[in-house]
Every structure is written in C-alpha cells, then in structure tokens.
Design a protein around this ligand. Structure first.
Ligand SMILES: NC(=O)c1ccc[n+]([C@@H]2O[C@H](COP(=O)([O-])OP(=O)(O)OC[C@H]3O[C@@H](n4cnc5c(N)ncnc54)[C@H](O)[C@@H]3O)[C@@H](O)[C@H]2O)c1
Length: 374
C-alpha cells in the first residue's frame, strides 16, 4: 500500500517518541512537523530529518493526509477541526477535546466529509492489553464482575518541563490519565452506561520544581482527586481513582479485574506491556493458586505510541473501522466530564455515547501482507 502521509502539529515533550516510531512504521510516511513555536518545530525536524512547516501551511497547503495533533489539550479540538475542514484525517493526543460539543462536532464534520478521527491512547492495542482481552474472552477468570483502576500520583510539576496545563480545565488527573484506564476498561468490557463520582481539589496552588520554570506557582483550576463508579452496558461494575494529590506504593496494581472464577492484575494501561515487557507478568488468582503469564507472542510490547495511527492507515486503505477511534475517545471524554458533573450535582449521570467495543487485533493483521509489522 502507498504509505499514508502524516504531519505533526505540536513539537513538545511527547513528539520525540512519535517522530521515532512513525519514521519506522512501514505504512506511514512522516512528512514533517509544525508548532506555534517555530524554533521547537525546527529543532525536532533537524533531529529526525523531516521538514519543518508553519502550522497554517501544514494544515491548509501541504499534501499531508493525516494531522497528528499533539498540542496542549485546549488546542486539541480547534486544531483538529481546522484539519478536518481542510480535508485531512486527524489523530489527536488525549483527550479528544475538552468539551462534549467540540468532540461531537469533530466526529460530525468527519462523517460529513468522509474523513476519519482517531485519538490516543493506543496502548490498549499493545501486546499487554491485547493478551488480557484474549484471556477474558477465553474465560480465564470466568464471567467478569468488576474492575478497579488506581492512578495515584503526587503530580507532574516535579518532572514535566511545562506542567501548567495539567492543572487547568481539560487536564487534571482524570482528563490527563483517565483516558488510559477508561479506554482499557471499554476494550475489556464494552461501553459504560452510567456513573457516579466524587471529586476534590486538595491544593489550591502548585510550585514547579522542574526546569525551566522552577519556583513558579500554578493556580489549580481543576479537581485533583476523583473517585468514579461505573456500570457498564454488559453489567460489569467498575471503579477508578485518579489523583495528583497522593503517593502510590511501589508495586501497587494499576488495574485489577474480578471474575466469577478468578481475579487478574493487568499491565499498566499507560504502557504497551508494562514498563519492562521482559519482566512484566499478567497475574491470575483462582482459589489459593496464583499463576503468572508472560506475554510472548503478541507484538508491540515496547513503547509503540503511534500504533493507533498505523491501524488507521490500514483501516483507511482497506475500508475497515479503525480501533483508536473518535467514537471511542468521545465516550471516554463523556465518562470523564460526567464524573465532574456527577460530583458537582450529586447525582448519577447516564452517558450519551455508546461506542462499539473495539475488535481484537487478529493474528492475520500481523502478516507480512497486512503489514502492521512491515
Ligand atoms: N508528555 C507526555 O508524557 C505525554 C504523554 C502522553 C500524552 N501526552 C499528551 O500530548 C499532548 C502534548 O503533550 P506534551 O507533553 O508534548 O506538551 P508540551 O507542552 O511539551 O508540547 C505541546 C506543544 O504544542 C504546541 N502548541 C500549543 N498550542 C498549539 C497550537 N494551537 N498550534 C500548534 N502548536 C501548538 C506548543 O507550542 C508545544 O510545543 C498533551 O495533550 C498531553 O496530554 C503527553
């Protein structure tokens, strides 16, 4: 197949891994990179041997077919909408947008124009969570009953070079990290039907300790601890804690799945198969017996950010549905924003979005002909 021409908007912290991976994937041609800060775009272009564009000429004038939008959350919706209006497919970093109206408009405009919307995270397409999904479908823990997710951290101002946006509307622990967990939940169990949540903002201000903004104060404008309870369409129950206020224990499980015949600890959903696929194990407990499963056969176990775009390139070529889709990300946004509504209004919220559960990646898709592996 002719490689899909991809252009990146946003040359910040996360752009390096995308540049690296998209330069390697066989069905993608990484054309160039742009940013409102042209020096950043130029630096990444020089590093990865691609072209630096200004944002307008990439979106409006280039022969790029898909815009990878890795700007800050507040710009996800507006940049993606412009790309669609100029006839380009888009793939956004998470969250898809910061309001339901923006996200709805993206999917509607794309449908009208025959274009595609994709969105991170694509970690659920990695070897770890594909194996977990297969185990659940094979009945390894019986019928799923419940799932618990824990994303607890003391915040990002200690390490991220530009941490301010994490404490503004559109981010916080839920909109920033929730997508990994909620997308993994929907991959395992299908859509969420309703939820109830409580939230709090523990610290009104944050002091940056990372460079280059060390010592600057961030005014916190989003809740920083959430506890959300979910009911899935399938009947499974779920709970997710996301926090930038609290310390995690080393070894604390990220997600535990409970079934009628056993329980399972699954890989961190912010990874493609844990942080070290060699030592990572899926743990299953049945009665008093615990077994550990190493993921061996599934590909994409290392940091494969961009895999969702690779899947999109093939889906566009073959006229199939892509998995890290705008509908899935719209549902995840619905669950995240509804958690804020539920807490603010002290009520259950029925979700308005109902995406299909993404299909497992079939082994034939890894064949040389289908080309996901090249
Ligand atoms: N850094 C990570 O570890 C990480 C991991 C996963 C996902 N993400 C997501 O990726 C996105 C980017 O994160 P980051 O850490 O690279 O942030 P960053 O602040 O380092 O970079 C964002 C870049 O976008 C540019 N930008 C902002 N608005 C723009 C606009 N309207 N048009 C063009 N360029 C614009 C900025 O100039 C900046 O260079 C965020 O949505 C974040 O949630 C980041």
């Amino acid at each position: 197949m002719t490689p899909l021409k991809v252009g990146i908007v946003g040359a910040g912290n996360i752009s390096s891994i995308y540049c690296e991976n998209l330069s390697k994937f066989p069905s993608i041609e990484l054309v160039g990179i742009s940013d409102i800060d042209s020096a950043r775009a130029q630096a990444q272009a020089d590093k990865y041997g691609i072209r630096a564009f200004d944002v307008d000429s990439m979106i409006e004038g280039s022969d790029v077919e898909l815009i990878l939008n890795i700007t800050i959350p507040a710009a996800h919706g507006p940049v993606a909408l412009r790309a669609l209006q100029h006839g380009k497919h888009v793939y956004n970093e998470k969250p898809l947008a910061v309001t339901m109206d923006q996200a709805r408009e993206l999917n509607q405009v794309a449908a009208q124009k025959g274009l595609r919307v994709g969105c991170a995270p694509d970690t659920f397409l990695g070897g770890g969570h594909q194996k977990v999904r297969q185990l659940i479908e094979d009945g390894a823990i019986g019928v799923p009953v419940a799932v618990h997710g824990y994303m607890t951290s003391r915040g990002v101002e200690t390490w991220h070079p530009n941490p301010e946006f994490f404490y503004k509307p559109g981010a916080g622990p839920m909109l920033d990290m929730g997508p990994y967990y909620l997308t993994a939940f929907v991959n395992m169990f299908g859509a969420i039907s309703r939820l109830a949540a409580v939230t709090r903002t523990t610290f009104a201000e944050r002091t940056i300790t990372s460079e280059p903004f060390k010592g600057q104060i961030i005014k916190v404008e989003t809740p920083t601890t959430f506890i959300s309870s979910f009911q899935f369409e399938s009947g499974v129950l779920g709970q997710l804690t996301t926090s930038f206020d609290t310390y995690a224990f080393a070894g604390q499980p990220n997600i535990v799945v409970y079934g009628t015949e056993g329980s399972m600890i699954v890989p961190d959903p912010n990874s493609f198969c844990g942080w070290n696929p060699e030592t990572e194990r899926i743990r299953i407990k049945k009665g008093d017996t615990e077994t550990e499963i190493q993921v061996t056969d599934e590909p994409f176990k290392n940091n494969s950010r961009g895999l969702g775009i690779l899947d999109m390139a093939h889906a566009i070529h073959e006229g199939l549905a892509h998995r890290a889709s705008g509908e899935l990300a719209f549902h995840v946004l619905d669950a995240m924003l509804s958690s804020i509504t539920s807490s603010d209004e002290s009520r259950f919220v029925q979700l308005e979005t109902q995406p299909a559960q993404p299909t497992l990646i079939g082994s034939e898709e890894f064949s040389a002909e289908r080309g996901l592996l090249g």
